[in-house]
Write a protein that binds this ligand. Structure first.
Ligand code: NAD
Ligand code: DAU
Length: 360
């Protein structure tokens, strides 16, 4: 896609990796993000002064703002990453998950529909609303169950996955009822640079570097299917270009690992990369399990491979090594997300209102 894309949540982990990748594809990006604790402008620092990246601080639920962005920038596509994304936080306090993941998605859909219905028939046919979702909507697999396919019935188990499932249903309904050219992707666990250190892999890397305990939930035998974030972004690019409106595409790494295997691998890599503080495995601590903890996720992504020609390229071992290297080399980023200084700066810089930072 070489026109304008309205990206939401593009200061977060996957969104920022997507935006950074799109700059090589000649897309103009309007990046709408309200900068929750998980959004970080440092993620986009490489784009400072870049005329084709327009950052807008604001909420997807702010109808007036979203309407103005559609009118002003005339995007060819929306890619919706904006969400509350952490399962543990959704267990502690589900409210913001309902607000952003469901109500916010609804407002964004309504404004997209209104804009799209005023387009010429050629532009309307080309328009895409790509909703970035998760494999967690399918629930939990038993040890020998076949991985999730696009036909697997939804059975979300956490407030997070239930809120994502609700938004998927809305997106699907806006295609079925109004004809809005929507596409949904359901992806497995991502890892890579710029992931907020509340998620398993960056949390374990940072704790291990600092000599803190590595808290493994329950027996450590829950399974996730890991995908390097750039492979996910490449899949989203392919879906935007060639995906069929009204369809769902599963995306996964074909890389099932237990949590304890992940933590052991991180420790072994750190033993090699930071030998002074080895053995890092001594820090592993089994802690109380997550409430309602899904046992196993695995994704059958044969459809996107067969129909759109996408395939994950990065092997888990080399992807994890590069990720650890990134965290070792980016101490400024780590301090910014941990110290709270970054958030204070943003509050001072932006206050509470929607402000457009136009790098032009
Ligand atoms: P993240 O938490 O790192 O980033 C979310 C971004 O959305 C942040 O920049 C935040 O500031 C922004 N945001 C939150 N509420 C907003 C609102 N109301 N308006 C505007 N911006 C808002 O999340 P992530 O891991 O990058 O995930 C991105 C998307 O991909 C989410 O929709 C998530 O459900 C989905 N997903 C994530 C994974 C994963 O492993 N991380 C896997 C599959 C799907
Ligand atoms: O499957 C896709 C989903 O993957 C995304 O939709 C979510 O946004 C993303 O957060 C992720 O959800 P998980 O709950 O699988 O990810 P998390 O990194 O929180 O946990 C991964 C596994 O590790 C899970 O089984 C819980 C376990 N865990 C996690 C943390 C933070 C631990 O054992 N200890 C921990 O401290």
């Amino acid at each position: 896609m070489s026109g304008t894309i309205l990206v939401t949540g593009g200061a977060g982990f996957i969104g920022s990796n997507f935006v950074l990748r799109e700059r090589f594809r000649k897309s103009r990006i309007v990046n709408l993000d309200c900068l929750t604790y998980a959004g970080n402008l440092l993620n986009l620092r490489e784009l400072e002064g870049e005329p084709d990246h327009i950052f807008v601080k604001g909420d997807i639920a702010d109808r007036g703002l979203v309407q103005r962005l559609f009118a002003q920038h005339r995007p060819e596509a929306v890619v919706n990453f904006a969400a509350e994304s952490h399962v543990d936080r959704s267990i502690d306090d589900p409210g913001s998950f309902i607000q952003t993941n469901i109500v916010g998605a609804y407002h964004l859909l309504e404004e997209a529909r209104s804009y799209w219905s005023g387009l010429s028939s050629q532009s309307a046919d080309r328009f895409r609303f790509l909703h970035v979702s998760t494999d967690e909507v399918y629930g939990s697999l038993g040890p020998s169950d076949h991985p999730f396919t696009e036909q697997t019935p939804y059975a979300p188990n956490s407030p997070y996955s239930a809120s994502k499932a609700a938004s998927d249903h809305l997106v699907r309904a806006y295609h079925h009822t109004f004809g809005l050219p929507t596409i949904i992707t359901n992806c497995s666990n991502n890892y890579g640079p710029r992931q907020f250190p509340e998620k398993l892999i960056p949390l374990m890397i940072l704790n291990a570097i600092e000599g803190k305990e590595l808290p493994v939930y329950g027996d450590g035998l829950n399974i996730r299917d890991w995908l390097q974030v750039e492979d996910h972004c490449a899949a989203l690019g392919v879906v935007l270009q060639r995906g069929r409106p009204g369809e769902t595409y599963n995306i996964g790494g074909g890389c099932q690992r237990t949590n304890i295997e992940i933590v052991n691998t991180i420790c072994a890599l750190l033993d090699e990369m930071v030998p002074g503080s080895a053995p890092h495995g001594r820090l592993i601590t089994f802690v109380e399990d997550r409430l309602g903890h899904d046992r196993r996720y695995a994704v059958d992504c044969s459809r996107i491979e067969r129909e759109l020609g996408w395939r994950a390229k990065e092997s888990f071992e080399s992807g994890l090594r590069k990720t650890i290297r990134w965290y070792l080399d980016n101490s400024q980023w780590i301090e910014s997300v941990k110290s709270g200084a970054y958030r204070d700066w943003i509050a001072k810089r932006y206050g509470g209102e929607a402000i457009v930072v136009d790098h032009q």
